[in-house]
Design a protein around this ligand. Structure first.
Ligand SMILES: Cc1cc2nc3c(=O)[nH]c(=O)nc-3n(C[C@H](O)[C@H](O)[C@H](O)COP(=O)(O)O)c2cc1C
Length: 163
């Protein structure tokens, strides 16, 4: 029997994680936290981030996942925005699991950009995008530090009502 909802996320500094866990709590969903062994921190990490993010690259170091998305009716994906669109980790998951997922809801936490490019990339991968929500968090003041996320819950809960 198929289960109801799977929340899949990756977070670098923690804000997407907070939103993902609140999403899962609200919908009583299973949660898949993607584990990526790529080094994204420090000087080497900043070069990796710039290289992978800007060319819409994939991660070669994503750990095997726990849940089969093919067993769920609804899939909600959460990613930080790394210009020009979603993060390499989330992109890799979406590419690897395309055969098992037809449509998704996407929640992106971001600092300042427009989400048009995220929307376009997801559709170009062949997904039906049921809905997209951007939660503005700002940017880290220091490398690896979580931005000040603010009170995102009202807009999140409003979005989740339509899922
Ligand atoms: C490498 C990197 C690149 C980023 N690029 C952008 C960007 O192009 N546009 C934007 O709006 N925010 C950008 N941000 C800000 C993050 O999207 C935002 O702070 C996000 O909420 C962080 O999520 P997290 O705490 O789950 O990692 C970037 C952050 C990092 C670390």
């Amino acid at each position: 029997m198929s289960k109801e909802t799977l929340v899949v996320f990756w977070s670098f500094t923690g804000s997407t994680k907070e939103v993902a866990l609140e999403t899962a709590r609200h919908l009583n969903a299973d949660v898949e936290e993607l584990v990526d062994k790529t080094n994204w921190t420090g000087f080497a990490g900043s070069l990796n981030r710039a290289a992978k993010a800007t060319v819409k690259g994939c991660s070669k170091r994503l750990e095997p996942t726990k849940f089969d998305p093919g067993n769920y009716k609804k899939i909600i994906i959460l990613s930080p925005f790394w210009g020009p669109t979603v993060t390499p980790t989330v992109r890799t998951y979406l590419k690897d699991n395309k055969a098992k997922i037809d449509s998704i809801w996407l929640i992106v936490t971001y600092g300042y950009s427009s989400l048009d490019k995220c929307e376009r990339e997801i559709k170009d991968m062949g997904y039906v995008l049921n809905g997209i929500l951007g939660i503005k968090t700002g940017i880290s003041r220091k490398d690896g530090q979580m931005p000040n996320i603010g009170d995102y819950k009202p807009e999140l809960h409003d979005f989740l009502k339509r899922i």
